[in-house]
Design a protein around this ligand. Structure first.
Ligand code: PEP
Length: 251
């Protein structure tokens, strides 16, 4: 049985005071027997604080990015071992903003995914098409290609630890949510691709999230779809009430 996962990607938002207030607010409200696995991804400087504040709670802390190398001359980068060292458990990999603004490619996404797994970090691997690709009718081969390249060289045993997030670029931060039917269609394409690359059993074990303007009002329909196992949430993860509405309404 796959878990429901609700992950909040804060992007480059919240300085220390707001980060502390938001995490403290969540800690007060995310109860031990919460149905969903709850993950928050603050910016790098506040990760240690987030880990400290969430100790002993069901909230997990994710980084929004990392490098694949262990250490060395990579100015501005952070390694998987460093994240593990401070108690981070998850890492978002290949978000479309990283691909668009920081030249991340399928190849770097693959290297980062392998490095995360090697360090026992849960990779939340993002994929998604642009509106143009959808309108041109190439969404399916594009998504399948992203999945195949992201998972290249990763063994079946590691797949159950991988989380995939389908995030149509046209729905991120735009207020436009994919309909539950559209999101389900693509999450099912992703699962079928994993089944073709590995096996139906392996595909069944992988959590596939939807991301793109998820809110308290649409999360139940989205996560009620057979192949959608949760949400990767941007804007609505910044306020405790908004994020709690998503956690509480996820099914
Ligand atoms: C995201 O950036 O991962 C995202 C889904 O953003 P939003 O929820 O704001 O659309």
């Amino acid at each position: 049985m796959r878990k429901t996962i609700i992950a909040g990607n804060w992007k480059m938002n919240h300085t220390g005071k707001d980060a502390k207030e938001t995490i403290t607010g969540l800690v007060g409200r995310v109860v031990q027997d919460v149905k969903a696995e709850v993950v928050v991804a603050p910016v790098f400087p506040y990760l240690p604080m987030a880990v400290e504040l969430t100790k002993g709670t069901p909230i997990h802390v994710a980084a929004q990015n990392m490098h694949w190398e262990e250490s060395g001359a990579f100015t501005g980068e952070v390694s998987p071992a460093m994240l593990v060292d401070i108690g981070v458990t998850h890492v978002i990999i290949g978000h479309s903003e990283r691909r668009t603004y920081f030249n991340e490619t399928d190849e770097t996404v693959n290297k980062k995914t392998k490095a995360a797994l090697a360090h026992n970090l849960t990779p939340i691997v993002c994929c998604g098409e642009t509106l143009e690709q959808r309108e041109e009718g190439i969404m399916q081969p594009w998504i399948e290609g992203q999945i195949e390249k992201a998972l290249e060289g990763i063994g079946a045993d590691d797949l159950a630890k991988v989380v995939i997030a389908y995030e149509p670029i046209w729905a991120i931060g735009t207020g436009k949510t994919a309909t539950a039917a559209q999101a389900q269609e693509v999450c099912s394409i992703i699962r079928k691709k994993i089944a073709a690359l590995y096996s139906a059993d392996v595909a069944d074990s992988v959590s596939v999230l939807y991301g793109g303007s998820v809110k308290g009002g649409n999360v139940a329909e989205l996560t009620g779809s057979p192949d959608i196992d949760g949400g990767l949430v941007g804007g609505a993860s910044l306020k405790v009430d908004d994020f709690m509405a998503i956690i509480d309404n996820a099914v």
